[in-house]
Ligand binder design. Structure first.
Ligand code: ZN
Length: 138
């Protein structure tokens, strides 16, 4: 009964807040997904940030009042996960190397993140880590 009430609250609340997360995790779980997998602490952090939509890009930095603009300094568009991993010119070479293997697109990111222990998700965490380091190192 408690799970049903929680799911009902989650369904209603997700219409206005946490919409991104709802596309990744439409059903509540009684056990955290990290309980059943072996993964490095770094990738667990990246997975949680990606699944919640809170990666350390300018969009999130702007929301946290840490940077003056939510936009990518090279491309001039909002720097969210989709931009960093799939669109940013700075990461094009990295992206091409990874896409040769997985060939995923923006519409598939949340599907991949729904299965954080999959090979595709692990590769996305690795690519995101490299892209974010690439953004900081310039
Ligand atoms: Zn960019």
């Amino acid at each position: 009964m408690c799970k049903c009430a929680w799911q009902e609250y989650f369904d209603v609340r997700s219409r206005t807040c946490g919409i991104w997360y709802k596309t990744i995790q439409p059903q509540i779980s009684l056990r955290p997904w990290v309980d059943s997998i072996q993964m490095s602490t770094l990738y667990i952090k990246l997975a949680m940030r990606l699944r919640s939509g809170h990666i350390l890009g300018n969009k999130f930095g702007y929301l946290m009042k840490k940077v003056e603009s939510p936009n990518c300094r090279d491309c001039g568009v909002v720097e969210d996960i989709q931009h960093v991993v799939l669109e940013c010119a700075r990461n094009e070479r990295l992206r091409l190397n990874y896409f040769k293997v997985f060939e995923y697109n923006a519409g598939q990111i949340n599907t991949i993140l729904a299965y954080p222990s999959s090979d595709e998700a692990t590769m996305m965490f690795k690519l995101t880590d490299i892209c974010l380091r690439n953004n900081v190192d310039d």
